[in-house]
Structure formats: structure tokens, C-alpha cells
Design a protein around this ligand. Sequence first.
Ligand code: NAD
Length: 250
Amino acid sequence: MDLSGKVAIVAGGSMGIGRAVAMLLAQKGANVVVADLNEEGGLETLKGIRSNGGDGMFIQVDVTDWEDITQLVSQTLKLFRKIDILFSSVGVYARARLIDTDEILWDRIMQINVKSAFLLCKAVIPEMVRNQGGSIILSSSSVGWHDSAPNIAAYATSKFAITGLTKSVACEHLTDHIRANCICPGPTDTPMIRGGRSPEELEAFVGSIPIKRLAAPEEIAQAVLFLASDESAYITGVAFPVDGGQTAFV
Ligand SMILES: NC(=O)c1ccc[n+]([C@@H]2O[C@H](COP(=O)([O-])OP(=O)(O)OC[C@H]3O[C@@H](n4cnc5c(N)ncnc54)[C@H](O)[C@@H]3O)[C@@H](O)[C@H]2O)c1
């Protein structure tokens, strides 16, 4: 798959799945704009892109803030003149039963996981319409496509919302040649999945996964590359599981 001449924004590209996607899209020839709150991680991603011979830039952005997002779009256009691909990896995870979830936690998860995707789409779609094409890939989850589990009411709700948003964008822009899909990763080895778990807890968690291992972020990135590329030209409105059979096993 060749992305030469394409321009991609990777929101949440400072670590985890976002970093793996930013590196892979750049390796396949895209100019990659890494957008994240985390400057240190974002510059590290950019360094990786450049040391592999790729090109891109880092912009520090809070993707829940409309002003920041309009800056992201205008700076991308200034440097690269168009936007072909948007991938958002931005998300936060929290474990709490619904009855223990307070409004502050609920609003935070909806703000970061859902509002950010809405604002990013709202900002890039007019540019994609002008450009007569584009591919948007959002991040849902295996729990946002198929099932849920105890103690993740807010997170699961936010990920089902991403699936709905994806399908809505796909329907509204079919004739603009803009495609919108989301990936639904299973448990993936990133700071998000390791955070707050002791080595023993992580081992027990991995043992509970049908395939008995975490996904590597690079494996998730391959699915994003396919959805970003012209090879998936007839695929839109899809929630794409990349979960090692997890949801098949439920
Ligand atoms: N890791 C998993 O097991 C897994 C499984 C299913 C779905 N997902 C989803 O995939 C996506 C990526 O997951 P990950 O594990 O790589 O996460 P991660 O925590 O490793 O990375 C998330 C990135 O988002 C950035 N970010 C958070 N809030 C931001 C904001 N307001 N503005 C800009 N950037 C912000 C962080 O700085 C970070 O770089 C998430 O949406 C997550 O819900 C992850």
C-alpha cells in the first residue's frame, strides 16, 4: 500500500496505537502531522518518522478544544496544502461501575473520547470536500462494537458513540468521496492497557483473553493503513474488529 503524496493527521500520535500508526503511514509515504497534548511523546514520534526517512510535523493540541483544532487544520494546510487522512487515536479509559461513576468522570470520558472525534471530523471534512476525497478512521473498541463488560459503563458508552458517529459521517459524505470507518481493537499493549495494573494483574488479564496475548500496536496500525489507503476504496461506515477473535469468542 502506497500513501505517497497523501497528507495524514494522526491525533493522539504521541504514544501507543497512535504512534504506531503515525510511523507506519509515514513509512508508506504520507506526510504525517502528529497532534497530541503530550509534546515529549509527540516529538519522539516525529523523531522516529524522520529517522526512517519520512516527513511530518508535531503540533501540540488539545483535541477537545475547537480553537486548537482549527489551528491544527490551518497549520496542516499551510505546510502540506490538503488533508487526505484523519486518524484519531485519542482516548482515555477508566474502570468504574456506573453507580460509582460521578458526573466529572462521565463528562471527562465523553469530552475526550467522543467530543474530540466530533470536533476533528467537523474541522477536516470541509477540507476533504474541497479536495474531493478523504479517509477518516476513528478509534472505537471491541467493547464499542459488539459487547460490554462490568465496570466500564462510561468507556463502553463512549466507544459505542464512536461507532455511531463513524456511520453518520459515512452516510453524510458518500458522494463527496469521503470514507469514514472505525477500528475496534482488542486489548493492545500500550500505556493505556498497562496503566494501573501490577505485573500479576496484567498476567491474569492476558490469561483471560482468548488468544492469550495482547495485540502489538503495530498490528492495529496495519488495519488503519488498509482503511486509510485506496485499497479499501469501497469500504465505508464499517466498525472493523482487530481483536484476535475476542468478540467471536464471547
Ligand atoms: N490499548 C487498548 O487495549 C485499546 C483497546 C481498544 C481500543 N483502544 C482505543 O484506541 C485508542 C488508542 O489507545 P492507546 O492504548 O494507544 O492509548 P494511549 O493512552 O496509549 O494513547 C492515547 C493518546 O491520546 C492522547 N490524548 C489524550 N487526551 C488528549 C487530548 N485531549 N488532546 C490530545 N491528545 C490527547 C494522549 O496524550 C496519548 O498520546 C483509544 O481511543 C483507546 O480507547 C485501545
